[in-house]
Design a protein around this ligand. Structure first.
Ligand code: NAD
Length: 420
């Protein structure tokens, strides 16, 4: 994601909301941009932590370890976190962090053990550089691309060492041993699935067909829940290709193949195969009721948007449909449940972990699932209503709601003079 796209999206939404220039400028201004360089064994790793807006609460958003990280990217993602957190009604602003580092190349260079040692040093280095701008009431990071609960464990330990006190709420997505919650690993898929259930509860025919692009964390958990509820998952894919069976797969058996043979397109060594093989392009264009995008960004573009036959597209991945493709789908009557709404189960999970850590309570899983369910349904219906009332797609409706809340908080603080 680049900042140019943020500005373009903001322009589009500004027209619907009739935003004043001052309001637009407020949204294009960052609360805090922290930049430094972590040095480990003579290697330098540029790093950022950026808070886009803190009117609704402390910054919240992941830390990404990737060779392609840049200030432009971290800024764009922090803006996007402001939208996501606000839309979910959470008491958080938007933030993001990043380190320019290549974890895959590290394993090749240093071996698994050496790479882990380096990643631990970099994670502790991140906290040494930024501990003064982090805190449960200041800015609360979480895992993102190539960071995980272990990364958060190292960071929490370093933070508490520097501060001389316990403060588990400063990071979310932690190991359960450090105050993490059981819901965290599948909360994104669960959130998207709650929206899917809301949609089908409004449909007369419940015998729907589902295609899932990307059979990783988000895609597999979604398919698994759908399969358990008796819905027909007729196609799934991963980076090696896809499989199709009009009668629907037994999802757990496909998962077994993926785990044992490396891809959903592989067969068991004894020859047992599932469905017929299809390409990823074919999967996207299948005549199904629901297309779940759970792989990469930019999968539906102006090239293929007009060929999408699904009635609903649910974006579990970030940015899988381009802005131009979004308009084509909308004009063709395809309903897209956008990423900021559909995959917000992850941030809701983070919020519940933060509440657990702050209150010292230990939440049971069924309580967490119940809270996730309520929050996701509330967001879904608010967006759905606005999308119908204003005749705009669900993405624009999501941004309108999120921006209204952010600007409302800015106004209530007296930091924006004339918000209507
Ligand atoms: P993952 O790495 O576990 O899974 C990604 C899957 O996509 C893998 O199975 C991979 O083989 C497959 N894939 C890669 N290229 C593909 C292609 N061209 N066609 C089809 N499949 C392809 O990742 P994940 O955690 O499931 O995340 C998937 C997406 O969801 C990402 O965009 C991520 O940013 C987003 N997301 C995930 C979470 C989460 O909590 N897991 C939260 C928010 C957003």
């Amino acid at each position: 994601m680049v900042f140019e796209n943020v500005v373009a999206m903001l322009d589009k939404v500004s027209k619907v909301m009739e935003l004043k220039e001052e309001e637009k400028q407020k949204l294009l201004t960052f609360t805090r941009v922290s930049h430094d360089e972590i040095e480990v064994d003579g290697e330098k790793y540029p790093t950022w932590r950026i808070v886009h807006n803190d009117a609704l609460g402390p910054g919240k958003g992941g830390i990404r370890y990737h060779p392609g990280v840049s200030e432009d990217e971290v800024k764009s993602l922090s803006f996007w976190m402001s939208i996501k957190n606000s839309l979910a009604g959470l008491p958080f602003g938007g933030a993001k962090g990043g380190v320019i580092i290549d974890p895959k190349a590290l394993v090749e260079k240093l071996g698994r053990k050496g790479a882990d040692k380096r990643l631990e040093a970099v994670s502790r280095g991140f906290v040494q550089k930024f501990h003064n701008v982090l805190g449960q009431d200041i800015d609360v990071p979480a895992p993102d691309v190539y960071t995980n609960p272990q990364t958060m464990g190292w960071m929490l330990d370093e933070f508490e060492k520097l501060k001389g006190k316990h403060e588990p709420g400063v990071f979310t997505g932690k190991p359960i041993a450090l105050g993490g919650i059981p819901l965290r690993s599948d909360s994104t898929a669960k959130g998207g699935y709650i929206m899917f259930k809301e949609i089908i509860s409004e449909l007369k025919n419940q015998d729907v067909t589902i295609a899932v692009q990307g059979f990783g964390n988000a895609g597999y958990f979604f398919a698994s829940m759908a399969g358990k509820d008796g819905h027909r998952v007729v196609a799934v894919s991963d980076s090696k290709g896809g499989i199709y069976d009009e009668n629907g797969f037994r999802v757990e058996e496909v998962k077994k193949i993926k785990d044992e043979e490396g891809s959903v397109v592989n067969c068991y060594k004894d020859g047992g195969c599932y469905g017929k093989k299809i390409s990823n392009e074919e999967l996207l264009e299948l005549d199904v009721d629901f297309l779940i995008l759970a792989a990469l960004e930019n999968q539906v573009t102006t090239e293929n948007a007009s060929k999408i036959k699904a009635k609903y597209v649910i974006e579990l991945a970030n940015g899988p449909v381009t802005t131009e493709a979004d308009d084509i789908l909308y004009n063709n009557g395809v309903v897209v449940v956008p990423d900021v709404l559909a995959n917000s189960g992850g941030v809701v999970g983070s919020y519940l972990e933060w509440v657990q850590n702050r209150t010292g309570m230990i939440f049971e899983e069924d309580y967490l699932v119940g809270r996730l369910d309520k929050i996701m349904k509330k967001s879904y219906h608010a967006v759905d209503q606005l999308h119908k009332d204003k005749n705009v797609n669900m993405r624009v409706a999501s941004y309108v709601l999120a921006i209204e809340r952010i600007l409302g908080a800015e106004k209530a603080r007296g930091r924006l003079c004339c918000y209507k």
